[in-house]
Design a protein around this ligand. Sequence first.
Ligand code: ADP
Ligand code: MG
Ligand code: ZN
Length: 737
Amino acid sequence: MIKIQMDNGFAIVDTLKTVFGFDTFRPNQEQIIKGILNKQDVFAVMPTGGGKSLCYQLPAKIMRGAAVVISPLISLMKDQVDAARTNGIAAAYMNSSLNDQEVSDLYRMLKGNKIELLYIAPERFAMPNFLDILKDIPISLFAIDEAHCISEWGHDFRPDYLSLSVIPKMFPNAPIAAFTATATFKVQEDICRKIGLRKPFVVRASFNRPNLFYQVERKSSGESQILEFLRAHPDESGIIYRTTRDSVMETALFLTSNGISAIPYHAGLPPEVRNKNQDAFNRDEAAVIVATIAFGMGIDKSNVRFVIHADLPKNIEAYYQETGRAGRDGEPARCLLFFSRGDIPKIRYFIDQITNDAERSLSLEKLNQVIRFASHNVCRRRQLLGYFGEVYPADNCGNCDICLGAVERFDITRDAQIMMSAMSRTGQRFGIGHIIDIVIGADTKRIRALEHDKIKTYGSGKDKDKNHWQFIIDELLAQDAIKQEGNPYPVLKLTQKGSNILYGKEQIAAIKREETKERGRAKRDGFEEYDQALFEKLRMLRKRIADDEGVPPFVVFSDKTVHEMCRYYPAALPDMRRISGVGNVKLERYGDAFVQEIMRYLSENPGIPIPDAAPHGRDHAHTGSHGEEKTGETVEETYRLLQKGLSMDAIARQRSLTSSTIAGHIEKLIQSGRDIDIDRLVEPAKRREIEELFFTLKQWSLKPVVEAGNGRITYEEARLVRACLFRDRGKNHDATD
Ligand code: ADP
Ligand code: MG
Ligand code: ZN
């Protein structure tokens, strides 16, 4: 386990402020950094915008020698190096764009220990003389970015990554830290094994992106709806995704002719045009980029304020990744999906062309998941996280259209019973289409052949149309009253909850939301206001400086940093230093220019009330809006009491919280890699029994396990054992090969 050396503690907090300008760590950063400083290997899954770069850049600054960062995209390296340099880190990159002279100059600097951070493309590791040279260079650590590229199971396999397995053999003393934003457990194990990580400290952060606002709008006029959105958000930077190249060009043209600075991006454009357009977007010259999914990896732009899907995305995972490009800086950003059932047949058509049965039904299931996501009245965040196997703890996320919308609950128990009775009377052996046909009393060949027109439920729902019954099915699926099973023709089955409803032991309600235009613009409380007029001025200043230095504006200061200036009006250097994101080097370089601009603004606009000073420890956007900061503290308190040897119940009593809340805290602690002795909380024999149950039941829900325990297993116990199983699955890989 990691040993935390106290002398590191001060150095890292100090470096965080003086180099990066931040007062607090994002979740998991501190533990990862301490692990690296203690020369432990690390494997971390953290969402986009989670702050992975800082996890290796900060140790790079502290440790002796160069930190070698392997990163797949040459196009990104320059920006990454520029960003590190503006913070005063001695950074460089080595890839095929350098000539021989530049390479040998770079080697000389590396040998002289003049470089702190070196970005390298993976293919270098397959070149034999490169490794020889590398051996002569003092190296502090290896960081492998986008580590999922090493796994064939991942979504972006790159064979070049396989040669990275030489690193642990050739550099036994340098810690290796692997990072990715997406990895299932299977991919995680594969990555750790392929690189050869040595008992890594494993982090799986939550996929939740609290600053993203998710919204689905009914698509009617398409392009004019987009235009309306853009007009309501002038000068904001954003991505509009469309499915085909033609539609990309059409939308870009439509927007340009309506006075929006929009540029297209798709794989059919010549590489020069693509690069030029991506660059213009990065540099805030074009506000909007209209793109196919070809526009993806390689966007490190932190101030993307919205991502619009003008068409239905292919699957939830793609949707999560594409929307994930918004709001990396942690400031509020919007994800808007325009959904029309009319888009479904087009996608169905392509799926129907797939000849492999298993593959086709998988694609179909994925399509259905997206449709459910868009059409269900269930919190969008809960649905997205659920897809990644994460349970969102709060009832109301406070930052999606469902949770903010005006909603009305209405009972659908009777219709649900009709539907499920049709399923039950036909032996739960039929799919959605056929069950609906029975309920509405359709006269089809299949119904006659199976004599389903003879069953009692036949036609009992004929007073309502197909759409209504489809809606009922969707709701029942969403609320786990029924489930789909089987390939390639999934049939509907009742769950325990479903049969409770069917036999009148439980009620079921659906939610109808009011379709108001304003709903999407509802103010999201928790996110702070800032002075928009000043922001405009500072944004222009930032753009001028960025152009002078040949870097993208967000490299100078992130939107988050500039927003904070527009709240606290730092009109002197000491005040400027307190702004999040202003480290020593940036303060020296840009501080004056921004202070001058703010002073000018204040003198032109007398009477602006100025808050005392920026508070300390203020990563608001990340922690403020959903009480996460508070949760963080209370989790720590639970940890403290655990360390004192208290039992779960005792902690719950002492803190006037429920045991299940405390179990939730402990789960979080285990997930974040804290060393918790659960033998004290769940006795070993019972723990083994619970583990067995998870494996034999082949699923990760708590309920079936608790039920199978016949009253001997509590939810709390099952929760803790599950958390340990997840943790240990991440660690076991080195024992299994
Ligand atoms: P990732 O690679 O995980 O997608 P990045 O490393 O690009 O994320 O970081 C995203 C943004 O978050 C950057 O603008 C970075 O400066 C900012 N950031 C990272 N760590 C912190 C922190 N501790 N406090 C505030 N902002 C942070
Ligand atoms: Mg990154
Ligand atoms: Zn929600």
